[in-house]
Design a protein around this ligand. Structure first.
Ligand SMILES: CC(C)(COP(=O)(O)OP(=O)(O)OC[C@H]1O[C@@H](n2cnc3c(N)ncnc32)[C@H](O)[C@@H]1O)[C@@H](O)C(=O)NCCC(=O)NCCS
Ligand SMILES: Nc1ncnc2c1ncn2[C@@H]1O[C@H](COP(=O)(O)OP(=O)(O)OP(=O)(O)O)[C@@H](O)[C@H]1O
Length: 207
């Protein structure tokens, strides 16, 4: 099995690439989704967050107030580092479990490729764990525009998140494959189809 890390800054188009790879039959583990699962009510990570940040991070129904916590952590480095220390080891452990299950063939045979879609793959120093690192890049202003117009993010929130992530120059430095998402979605999908072929060829060679 060939393990591929997929990363890119917020709004780069990473999730769109991941969705296409899923359509092509590649198992994709989504770190953002894992990060949500581990803070569901009753999960130990949510208790750890409440212990650190206080009960005001909970909504009336007991769920995590995500936008409230985002407003705190993207304006305060120390608070964000605390969140990252609580969350990142747990996210990594859950992803490792998923990879182990795929390697064990729980989905009916070991797949040739497994992709981990992780926005902070480089920031968390995990690039060395992967056979290939795919980076999706797009100019910052374009990313901000897409996030505001299509995802409904506040511009200030988009910029605050970009400011605490690494730069595309950092990402280029560790990339084995770069997907440029300056064009339209159709171009991105076509680039992903080519990427899929390349990764399958790399995986066959790796064997
Ligand atoms: C702060 C939280 C509650 C905000 O939730 P919200 O629903 O608004 O955003 P969501 O989780 O969908 O993340 C959207 C994007 O924000 C960026 N982002 C999220 N957390 C961080 C972080 N700690 N540092 C830098 N960027 C981040 C990523 O690009 C991510 O794709 C949430 O992002 C969180 O729990 N973050 C800590 C865990 C984490 O690092 N997740 C991202 C990597 S798996
Ligand atoms: N080439 C493109 N042209 C126009 N819109 C695009 C393009 N690529 C992606 N988008 C849109 O831009 C937004 C951000 O893309 P996407 O969700 O794939 O980014 P992401 O890198 O996964 O962000 P996040 O880090 O938040 O998960 C989405 O609304 C998506 O539909």
């Amino acid at each position: 099995m060939y393990l591929v890390g997929l990363t890119g800054g917020i709004g780069s188009g990473k999730s769109t690439v991941a969705r296409r790879l899923t359509e092509l039959g590649v198992p994709v583990i989504d770190a953002d989704r894992v990060a949500r699962e581990i803070v569901e009510p009753g999960e130990p990570a949510l208790d750890a967050l409440v212990e650190h940040f206080g009960p005001q991070i909970l909504r009336d129904d007991g769920g995590l107030d995500r936008s409230g916590l985002a407003a705190v952590v993207f304006a305060d480095d120390e608070a964000r580092h605390a969140l990252d220390r609580l969350m990142h080891p747990r996210i990594a452990a859950r992803i490792a479990e998923r990879i182990a299950a795929l390697v064990a063939g729980v989905e009916g045979g070991v797949p040739p490729l497994v992709v981990v879609d992780h926005p902070l793959l480089i920031e968390t120093g995990q690039q060395g764990r992967f056979d290939a690192v795919v980076v999706v890049v797009a100019p910052e202003e374009l990313r901000v525009r897409r996030l505001v117009e299509q995802r409904g993010l506040e511009e200030a929130d988009a910029r605050a998140r970009i400011a605490v992530q690494c730069s595309d120059a950092d990402r280029h430095r560790v990339a084995s494959h770069v997907v440029d998402n300056r064009g339209g979605v159709e171009q991105l999908v076509a680039a992903t189809d080519r990427l899929h072929e390349e990764l399958l060829a790399d995986a066959a060679e790796h064997h």
